[in-house]
Structure formats: C-alpha cells, structure tokens
Design a protein around this ligand. Structure first.
Ligand SMILES: *Cc1c(COP(=O)(O)O)cnc(C)c1O
Length: 393
C-alpha cells in the first residue's frame, strides 16, 4: 500500500495528476520464484499455474468449472457460442462495448433493454418486454460491481426457456446473498484486465456449473481443437499463459484488501458528496455488496450547476481524473449504427444516465485524504459555477 500521506498532496505539490486507476499487484519478490521456474522450465503456457489458478477460482467463486481465457471478451465470445446463430440476445446498452460485441461475433442479434435509473443494471421488466420467438438468451451485466437483479432474471429465463449469461467483468469482490458472483445463470465471465480488482495483466475467467459450456469454452480457447487436431468448430487462441496465471493466483489473495479499501473509499465519497445538491449515487442491490470497481456519481445539471462533461473537464484542470463510463452507450456507438438505423431501441433511461454519469477515481492506492480532496474539488467547482451564474444575473 501507498503511505497514507495522500497521492493528491504530492500531486498538487508537483502538479501531476493522481491516477484514475492503479491495480493492486503482488511485489516482484512475491512472483520471482514462480516466474524464474516458468522461464527456466520453458513451460510458458498450458502449465500447472493455469490449473492452480483455475482451481483457486473454483473454490473462491463456488462453481464447478472455471475456464480462464485471454480476456473477458474472448471468454464471452466463446460462452455465447452455444446459442443458435441468428437468434436474439437481450443485452443492456449501459455497459462496456465488449458485452454487445460478444453477441455480434457469434452472429447473434443484440436486442437492447433499458436499465434501471437507480441500480444502472438491466431492468427485468424491460427484458420481459424485449422477448420474442427468436430470443435465445439474456446477457446481464453487474454494472460497476453492483450485482444485477439475479433472481428476477433467473425467473424470466426459466419461464421463457432462455439461457442466462452474465458479463461479470466487474464482479471480482462483489457478492449476492453473501456469495461471490459467478455461479448465477448458465455462465458468468469475469475480467482480470488492469482496471479490475483481480489483475492478471490481461485475462478472463468463465465460471459455470454446466459441464457442456465449460467444455465448449475449454475447446474453444484452443482453436476448437479437442486434442486430436480434428477441430469441432472454428475456435480462437484465447488461452491464458502461465505468467498471467501466476499473477492471478497472487492477486486473488489480495482481493480481500482490494475490495475492503474500495468499500471504505466509496463510503467516504457517499458521506462527503451525499448532501451536495444535484449529485446522486448508484443504488446497490439490497441482497448484494458491490465491488466498487467504479464509483459513479450522477449529475443533475440544473441542480448541480453544470453538466457531467463540464465537471469532468474542470476536475481535469485540477489534476483530478474522471471517466464518463458508459458514454456513449453501446447502441449509440458507430459499430451499432446500422442496427439502430433499422430500429430505434428507445432507451430513455440509458440515454439519460449515460449523459449525466461521471466515475471518480477509486482504487487501493488512493487514500481517504485523496478522496477528501476530490470531494472538496467537486464542491468548490459547484460553488464557483453558481457564484459565477449569480454574478451574471
Ligand atoms: C472490462 C470489461 C470487459 C472486457 O474485459 P476484457 O478482459 O478487457 O476483455 C467486458 N465487460 C465489461 C462490463 C467490462 O468492464
């Protein structure tokens, strides 16, 4: 951990920005032995550390199968491979692009369902309305680490005989009914890219209790080759190598600390910004705990005095980075313009949220003092803006 002097103080001294994200990683000494062994043995991929990491994840997530992949994106692409090509998959648009890309890479048709304005997660009622005779699956997302309405989605999937998947990219460290995210639905895919809570460099982990789906992803990450070079389908090379797997094993032991720090920083943000007019927060699932992979504020421009976009620029000028996740929403990205020319998905909540959201820095290298400084920055900017407006009147 960083000394708790505060990155901000040093940042303001030297006029350097605090980082928006910085992963909690093992030290060189923590991995030196394993790295040396891997390099000297030459077993750099498909070795014992991948197996060790997958077993550790099975234990941690409480699922029968974990298949690690080169990324969450490739894991999702391979998981959705079990769906009939041409069928429809119900997805949120308030998510990272990769959620929806994974459908398109399988020749599936993404059908966007609006999200809930409080939880930011896909709204089960909108999912219900989006079901047609062509629907084969629902792909939910635990946005920012806030568990989706898993029970409602499970019930809808059961009633309509649909598969249910989760993009659990933000899922490490989050819980639903006291259990880690990963065992819900037919499969969940977690991410361990550098902005997430468990970091393997790049990487993903598909978690499932379904033997068939596990096998599909295992064969799929190996070109579609079941072992005899008689490929069953056109797969990918989506393997996770040994060095990445070692990082995963070590990072998993740091997860408790990573998530505890984030929850504490989130509580500080909430207490210091909770009273500021025009700022509201994501409502966490009452049955769950968020990983706070991201900490978001929603700006009401009229009450706050400026829009999220302006606040972002003003904070930037003070050395405070922030990100407009998720803006633009997926359905408004160029990649989906052809699709939305044919039909307007009408996602008022997603459009509104996407316009007004701003994610503030949250990571284990940030101190309480940093967060206090960021909150102070937000409050001062609001006051200055309102004073300026009044002076104009
Ligand atoms: C990060 C992220 C992904 C992609 O994960 P990779 O491991 O980088 O492929 C997918 N979905 C969401 C919601 C993400 O935040």
């Amino acid at each position: 951990m960083e000394p708790k002097g505060g990155l901000m103080q040093r940042a303001s001294d030297k006029k350097v920005s605090i980082p928006f994200v910085r992963p909690l990683l093992p030290s060189l000494e923590d991995v030196a032995g394993e790295f040396a062994e891997i390099l000297s043995s030459g077993l750099i991929t498909k070795g014992k550390y991948l197996e060790l990491y997958e077993h550790a994840l099975q234990e941690h997530l409480g699922v029968r199968h974990v298949v690690c992949t080169s990324s969450c994106t490739t894991g999702l692409i391979l998981a959705l491979r079990c769906l009939p090509a041409g069928s429809e998959v119900i997805v949120p648009s308030f998510t990272f692009c990769a959620t929806v890309h994974a459908t398109v890479w399988n020749n599936l048709i993404p059908v966007f369902a609006d999200c809930d304005p409080q939880t930011f997660n896909i709204n089960p009622e909108r999912v219900r309305e989006a079901i047609t005779d062509h629907t084969s699956a629902i792909l939910g997302v635990h946005v920012f680490g806030n568990p989706a309405d898993i029970d409602a989605l499970t019930e809808i999937a059961r009633q309509h005989n649909l598969k249910l998947f989760f993009d659990a990219a933000h899922g490490f460290g989050a819980t639903y009914k006291g259990l880690p995210l990963g065992s819900a639905g037919d499969a969940s895919v977690l991410s361990s890219s550098p902005t997430k809570l468990v970091v393997t460099g790049e990487g993903g982990a598909a978690a499932t209790n379904d033997e068939g789906i596990a096998r599909l992803i295992r064969v799929g990450r190996e070109y579609g080759n079941p072992g005899d070079y008689d490929c069953e389908f056109a797969g990918l090379n989506a393997r996770m190598n040994e060095l990445n797997a070692v990082l995963g094993v070590k990072c998993l032991t740091l997860l408790g600390e990573a998530v505890a720090t984030r929850r504490q920083l989130a509580a500080t943000y909430q207490s210091l910004l909770g009273e500021v007019p025009g700022i509201s927060f994501q409502q966490i699932n009452p049955f769950g705990e968020s990983s706070y992979n991201y900490f978001a504020i929603v700006i009401d421009p009229a009450e706050f005095g400026m829009a999220a976009e302006q606040l972002k620029d003003a904070l930037e000028a003070q050395g405070i980075p922030s990100r407009r996740y998720f803006y633009p929403p997926v359905h408004r990205q160029k990649a989906y313009s052809e699709l939305t020319e044919r039909y307007d998905p009408k996602l008022p909540v997603t459009n509104h949220l996407s316009q007004n959201i701003l994610c503030l820095p949250i990571h284990p290298h940030l101190s309480e003092i940093d967060v206090e400084g960021i909150c102070e920055g937000v409050r001062i900017l609001r006051k200055e803006k309102l004073d300026f407006r009044r002076a104009l009147c």
